[in-house]
Design a protein around this ligand. Structure first.
Ligand code: ZN
Length: 453
């Protein structure tokens, strides 16, 4: 491919692509609030149609999935997984410009969803435009799968992928996100942890009671909840649900080698989060990196019971609840976690603790030495002056298991996120230079992929 021409096009037409991105960011497609999804799906579909893709807006059990396919020269298919939904923009007062009125200042574009994930969609389209302008055709077949419920856990995507596995079939997949760190080094994450998110609730009384009346004779929902929670994890950080670790695959020698090559993170965590000491006396290095992402976790994300206003209120609350997330590693599943959690609570005498399942995703990994993943890592060098830094896993979650499991494709990350991108937070933004670099990287990936035997 003629990269001189391609790079020239990418720079010359950048503002056109940013205009297209701004148009998409003006739609408040917030899955959690059920707004703008139809509109955003229609706009993404029209963007693909404009570029010669065969497009379908396909129903799922939730928001529609935009599917686009355009044939290319080589008999190979690359999938792009993206999402058109965004996080809620609240709290609005912390934004320096309105979240759904994209604002370009200091080489950055500010808007809710501009980084997560709309900028990824349009920068990838920008890359395809440059290739089409220079070459007249795509180097391989491209399929876009753009869903609308990523920010609420992609609950309906795995069954959708399973049902349409034939249509969505491909040889490899580029994931919705990717990051460049503070040194400008792009990061490759070969896997995502899974998650099982639950709310545990207890209700012991029909109404709140004066604590002087009920304190010694009525059961306390708050105590019941706290006692139940205390059985989930010990001070040694081990999750105490029986057989909880039976399906956990420990890190391989290759994983350990990769973790040992990563830069030290301890100092940064001390500084950024004010953490004084890490759990289990870890001090840093590969040990901390491995514990961070290769082990299951159980986190109390929120606790609610009784009076929490100023001063004192002597009350025995009727109800108590906690939000708890379990991050999962291969080969754990959310279903297995739920079953084991219920059995454990029952066995401990907490039949009264009710579990509400709030969503989950299975963990998924691609072999760090997979040829496609390595291609994505290596092609970054020309663009970023450094190959990607290869992480065996990241601690977060996403629906990559469905792609790996039902479509049998390697999944690689590449993208335009950077440390101050503020995804999910006020003043979410992208840097235009990163936008351009990501588009350039995509063109190199496409060429190398279409030539790969
Ligand atoms: Zn997100």
């Amino acid at each position: 491919m003629d990269f001189k021409k391609i790079d020239h096009y990418l720079e010359e037409k950048l503002s056109q692509s940013i205009t297209e991105l701004s148009e998409l960011c003006r739609i408040p497609s917030i899955a959690a609030q059920n707004t703008g999804q139809t509109e955003a799906a229609a706009l993404v579909a029209s963007m693909l149609t404009r570029r010669g893709f065969q497009v379908e807006i396909m129903p799922s059990a939730g928001a529609p999935v935009v599917y686009g396919e355009r044939k290319g020269k080589a008999d190979k298919t690359l999938l792009f997984y993206n999402h058109y939904d965004v996080q809620p923009a609240e709290p609005f007062e912390l934004w320096d410009s309105p979240p759904f009125e994209p604002d370009l200042r200091d080489g950055k574009l500010y808007a809710r969803g501009v980084s997560d994930d709309k900028g990824h969609i349009t920068s990838r389209l920008h890359a395809l435009d440059a290739i089409l302008a220079a070459e007249g055709e795509l180097p391989c077949t491209i399929k876009f799968i753009v869903e609308g419920e990523e920010e609420i856990g992609s609950v309906n995507l795995p069954p959708f992928i399973k049902e349409h596995a034939g249509k969505l079939a491909g040889d490899a997949c580029i994931w919705e996100f990717g990051y460049v760190d503070h040194r400008g080094v792009p990061i490759q994450y070969a896997g995502l942890r899974g998650i099982c998110y639950v709310e545990l609730s207890v209700e012991c009384l029909s109404q709140d009671v004066h604590s002087g009346v009920g304190g010694t004779i009525f059961p306390s929902a708050a105590w019941r909840l706290v006692w139940a929670l205390s059985t989930l994890k010990g001070p040694d950080e081990r999750i105490r649900i029986p057989n909880y670790y039976e399906n956990v695959i420990p890190p391989t020698e290759r994983d350990k080698e990769l973790f040992s090559k990563l830069p030290e993170i301890a100092e940064e965590y001390h500084r950024r989060y004010g953490v004084k000491a890490f759990l289990r006396d870890a001090t840093g290095g590969a040990e901390l990196r491995t514990q961070e992402v290769m082990e299951p976790s159980c986190t109390i994300c929120g606790l609610t019971a009784g009076y929490q206003g100023p001063g004192s209120k002597t009350v025995l609350p009727a109800k108590a609840s906690a939000k708890v997330d379990f991050r999962l590693v291969p080969n754990q599943t959310p279903e297995e976690t739920l079953t084991k959690l219920r059995a454990h609570l029952d066995a401990q005498g907490f039949e009264d603790v009710h579990i509400t399942y709030l969503g989950g995703e299975a963990p998924g990994r691609t072999d760090p030495d997979d040829a496609f993943l390595q291609l994505v890592v290596q092609t970054a060098e020309e663009i970023y002056e450094s190959p990607m830094e290869l992480h065996p896993m990241t601690g977060g979650s996403g629906p990559n298991h469905a792609f790996i499991h039902y479509l049998n494709v390697p999944v690689a990350t590449a993208g335009l996120g950077y440390p101050d991108t503020r995804a999910h937070a006020p003043n979410e933004n992208i840097r235009l230079d990163q936008y351009l670099q990501h588009a350039r990287h995509i063109t190199r990936i496409l060429e190398a992929f279409s030539k790969q035997p």
